[in-house]
Design a protein. Structure first.
Ligand code: GMT
Length: 377
């Protein structure tokens, strides 16, 4: 199949899911065209069957806001015609489903009927899309998509609750590729740069937005390090990062916290992590938690949204109410208290992660693609 994938190219989860999906589809012989405003961070272009088409938005003094949707829909139409693309898969409703719908209409005018699948990822529904200034257009573009998927049951329920949706929503969970998780022999020496032998390594990875409750991450770690020797690795960048650095300074723990910024070495970092923290306000799925579990790292998370479908309480980690940092710290200490308990949780984390292996999830997308193409042919 010839598939166009529209996504955000940044470190966020939806872009990562879209990129990994496209790369795996390409390995399976499909022709994949990524269409976005810069090269997706996890996209290695040296893959056969993978194309990347950049959307450029020329500046003009009259534009206070650059008309990205316009440039994206034009690019879509041009690439669909040039490469004879059969299907459009847009990740994150805003503004991709809207631009995709416009492209479909333009193509229809030229006698080309292109099916469009929209995958809802989370904040496009729960935080941004729900805003009264966007809601009308988001509802319209979800209802005009030919097929709609969501990354968790919880997100499906939120979508139905928040929008007047007429379409069926199929849940296709996010996935993980486990085969690539091979421990690099240089890892133990890298670990020793970060922490001493007796120190536990705790990690948080996110885009450092408010929804991630970064101060809670710090508070949980503060309580942990009062009881056991530990280091905290803060990976990612965003608006809450600087405040977090000051909070660590105030609490006198700055020497125990390493702020990495955005990293392309997530796998290496996770391979020597003992515990992952994700106390988010809301999380439609929690891909970062799944990525940690795939490296046998147990997770302390909030129990919001789709996290309950990923992190199993008392098995792969623990879940607490949003903001209950005391309980989160207690649970963390329960896991870290001795090697036998930690190893049990590590084993469990990996076995839960295996349910989300790419080889189990990808066929669901392939079936849906086929159904969409058949419907339009
Ligand atoms: O976390 C974000 O705000 C980024 C957002 C994205 O588009 O990258 O993440 C959402 O999509 C991820 C991939 O499906 C999910 O794993 C995240 O849970 C979801 N974030 C939220 O719901 C807050």
């Amino acid at each position: 199949m010839k598939i166009a994938i529209v996504c955000y190219p940044t470190f966020g989860g939806s872009g990562v899911v879209a990129t990994e999906l496209g790369l795996e589809l390409a390995r399976r012989g499909h022709e994949i065209h990524f269409i976005t405003y810069s090269q997706p961070v996890r996209l290695a272009l040296l893959n056969p069957n993978v194309y990347y088409h950049e959307v450029n938005v020329p500046e003009y003094p009259l534009f206070h806001f650059q008309p990205y949707e316009l440039a994206l829909s034009s690019k879509l139409v041009d690439m669909v015609k040039l490469y004879k693309i059969e299907l459009l898969h847009v990740h994150y409703a805003i503004p991709h489903a809207y631009a995709g719908y416009m492209a479909k209409q333009m193509l229809k005018d030229e006698g080309i009927n292109l099916p469009m699948i929209t995958t809802l990822h989370g904040t496009d529904i729960t935080l941004v899309g729900n805003h009264p200034f966007y809601k009308t257009a988001v509802t319209f573009s979800i209802n005009k998509s030919d097929f709609v998927t969501s990354v968790s049951q919880s997100l499906k329920e939120d979508t139905i609750k928040l929008f007047n949706i007429k379409n069926e929503i199929q849940v296709i969970p996010n996935f993980i590729e486990l085969d690539k998780n091979i421990v690099d022999p240089s890892i133990s020496c890298r670990r020793s740069v970060i922490a001493k032998e007796n120190e536990r390594i705790i990690t948080h990875i996110s885009n450092f937005r408010k929804v991630k409750r970064i101060p809670d991450v710090i508070k949980i770690f503060y309580k942990i390090q009062q009881q056991i020797p530990a280091k905290l690795m803060m990976v990612g960048d965003g608006p809450e990062k600087e405040k977090a650095e000051y909070l660590c300074q105030e609490l006198g723990i700055l020497d125990k916290v390493i702020f990495f910024g955005n990293s392309n070495e997530i796998d290496k970092i996770l391979s020597y992590t003992d515990l992952f923290l994700l106390p988010s306000e809301t999380e439609s799925f929690g891909l970062a938690a799944l990525e940690a579990m795939a490296w046998s790292v147990p997770v302390i998370s909030s129990n919001s949204g789709g996290l309950r479908e990923v992190n199993f309480d008392g098995v792969s980690g623990y879940l607490s109410d949003v903001g209950n940092t005391d309980e989160m710290a207690e649970n963390a200490l329960k896991i870290l208290k001795d090697m036998t308990t930690l190893n049990k949780f590590k084993e469990n984390a990996l076995s839960v992660a295996k349910r989300f292996e790419i080889k189990n999830i990808l066929p669901l997308y392939e079936e849906l693609y086929q159904k969409a193409i058949d419907k339009f042919s």
